[in-house]
Each structure stands twice: as structure tokens, then as C-alpha cells.
Design a protein around this ligand. Structure first.
Ligand code: SF4
Length: 316
């Protein structure tokens, strides 16, 4: 069991999600899951209402895991681990909270007469197809439950594991509005390995997108976050745009790195060892702000050979 583990309900951002008595016996990953620790919990609520003003694609989200083994250095969900008394670095990558009752709980919530059948977004705070999903299949169970209720949903992922559930997705798409989107900031292997070390190769995401598209599933990609000096070259951007189009996907938008408080310190510390020169550049770029300037976003669209979108897409 993790030393110093605690649950802080007041600040969790997902009120009533867990209680002290709901943390069950943790499990250490073995074999393909080695290096991971799974913290089993029974969640009090699975459908999570998004606070107003959020940039999530729906008013409701489902995150059956917390923490993410894809381990992206820029992940803005990292600070959510601090609410649990875990750190936002290695703990976020390797101590994965698993809501083991997610599917049963969701079925009960969907059957509640007060539920209005609004669209649900998955992948807003953690990847629903991270490594843990191969073991627990909770996301698959969630898709089945949503399909039974013809409840619309969208998925954002970095993993081709989503194609495992193509049979469910095809049934869901017959009954309701379904979309499966991929997060693909770059196809540059060097940048991918450095910044998303636990995630599948982005070219496999493109292949997965093509497979889904060929099966008639609405699919697309979000190019985010684009990292200044790493993944923002014209050739890099155009390669991704062309690959998405070639796979039959829709480009949802381009968004540069957003260094929100909490993540900022983690990312800049990582960058200081990865590339000290670039670190100095980022300290200047993000000196007094969490956001890249609007001018930079316009440059990204121009470099990618695209007309500027009027609104930034949501990012993870
Ligand atoms: S950005 Fe997405 S895929 Fe990467 S660690 Fe965060 S939740 Fe996981």
C-alpha cells in the first residue's frame, strides 16, 4: 500500500467520489502491467457533472481511472493526483486509481429516471484506454452500458486499444451519436518518446483511426498540445494534418501547450533536464501567463496550412 495515502474529499473536484472506507486492497501489476500499482476503489458516482465554464466537450464526463500510465510530461490532469495525497510525477504515471464498480454504478445511474440522456465525454482527465484497461475492461463495460441506453458519447484517447471494442462501437453508432477521437500532437518519434513515454506510437493511433473510419465510426484527432520548439515546425504539423485526413479523420483543432498552475512546475522541471536551452525559452514565453499568445496559435494554423479556427479546441 502507498505510504502516506489519503483521500481529501473537500478538494477532489469530484464531490463524493470516494470515501475513506471505499479504498479496497491495492494490487501490484505483474507481467505487462509491471511497474504499475492499482488502487481499487468503489466510486459513489460515475457520471460526473462538469462545472460551468469548463472546456470539456460535454456537460457530463466519465473517468473510470485516475492517473495515467501514458505518462505525458505535459498532462494537465497531473495535479488531480495531489488531491489523493499522491505526487503529480511518478505516482500519477504508476499509481492508477481503478473505480472497480464503475459499470454497475453507471447502469444504476443511467436507469435513474432523473437522468436525461445527455452526451457523455470520456478521456477528459485520464486516458480510458491506458494500460489498465487491457486488464480491467471497465471502459468496454461503460460503452456497453451506454449503448444499452442509446446514450450518446465521445471518447478521446492516445491508444489503439480502442479498436478492441469496435464491435461495441459499431452497435453504439447504430443506436446513437458516437465519436472516437485521438490525441495526436506529433508523429515525430523523437518528440513522442520524450514527451509521451508510456503511450503507444502515434502512427498506431493513425492506423486505429483508419480502422474505425473504415467501419463507419465517426473519428477525428486533436493536435494538442503543440510544444514550441519541439513539435511546431511546418513540416511536422503538415505531416500530422495529412495523416489524419488520410485516415479518414476530422481535424478537431490545434492547441498549443497550456501551462496551468500545478502542471507548470512539473513540466518546467522536466524540460530543464531534457533541454536546458529550450527551458530558458519557455521561461520567457510563459513568464507571466499559462497560455501561449493568440499570435502563436495563428502561426500554428498558418504553418499547418489551415485556415484559423475561431475557437480553441479543448485539450487534455
Ligand atoms: S495527456 Fe492524456 S494520455 Fe497523456 S498522461 Fe494525461 S491523461 Fe494520459
Amino acid at each position: 500500500m502507498s505510504s502516506g495515502f489519503r483521500w481529501n474529499l473537500a478538494d477532489s473536484g469530484e464531490p463524493g467520489l470516494f470515501g475513506m472506507d471505499e479504498l479496497l486492497v491495492p494490487e501490484i501489476g505483474t507481467g505487462r502491467m509491471s511497474g504499475l500499482e492499482f488502487l481499487h476503489v468503489t466510486a459513489k458516482q460515475i457520471l460526473n457533472h462538469v462545472p460551468s465554464g469548463s472546456r470539456a466537450p460535454s456537460n457530463w464526463t466519465i473517468n473510470v481511472y485516475r492517473g495515467c500510465s501514458h505518462g505525458c510530461s505535459y498532462c494537465f490532469a497531473r495535479p488531480t493526483h495531489e488531491y489523493l495525497g499522491l505526487n503529480i510525477g511518478e505516482d500519477f504515471d504508476s499509481k492508477i486509481v481503478v473505480k472497480i464498480n464503475a459499470v454497475d454504478k453507471l447502469r444504476a445511474e443511467l436507469a435513474d429516471p432523473r437522468w436525461q440522456g445527455e452526451a457523455v465525454a470520456m478521456g477528459t482527465n485520464t486516458d480510458p484506454y491506458q494500460r489498465a484497461e487491457a486488464k480491467y475492461k471497465l471502459t468496454r463495460g461503460v460503452l456497453e452500458a451506454l449503448t444499452e441506453h442509446a446514450n450518446p458519447f465521445s471518447i478521446l484517447t492516445k491508444s489503439p486499444l480502442v479498436t478492441r471494442d469496435l464491435d461495441v462501437l459499431i452497435e453504439a453508432a447504430k443506436a446513437t451519436d458516437v465519436s472516437v477521437n485521438f490525441s495526436i500532437a506529433t508523429l515525430d518519434e523523437r518528440v513522442w518518446r520524450a514527451t509521451e513515454p508510456g503511450s503507444p506510437n502515434p502512427r498506431r493511433r493513425i492506423d486505429a483511426m483508419a480502422q474505425l473510419s473504415a467501419a463507419g465510426i465517426k473519428t477525428g484527432a486533436l493536435m494538442a498540445p503543440i510544444l514550441p520548439g519541439m513539435s511546431d515546425g511546418a513540416a511536422q504539423l503538415r505531416e500530422v494534418v495529412a495523416a489524419i485526413a488520410g485516415a479518414g479523420g476530422r481535424l478537431l483543432g490545434i492547441a498549443p501547450l497550456h501551462l496551468r498552475p500545478g502542471l507548470r512546475e512539473h513540466f518546467l522541471t522536466w524540460l530543464s533536464t531534457h533541454d536546458p536551452e529550450l527551458h530558458a525559452d519557455y521561461l520567457r514565453r510563459y513568464a507571466n501567463t499559462s497560455y501561449a499568445p493568440e499570435r502563436y496559435l495563428e502561426q500554428l494554423y498558418a504553418r499547418a496550412g489551415l485556415p484559423r479556427r475561431s475557437r480553441n479546441p479543448p485539450t487534455r
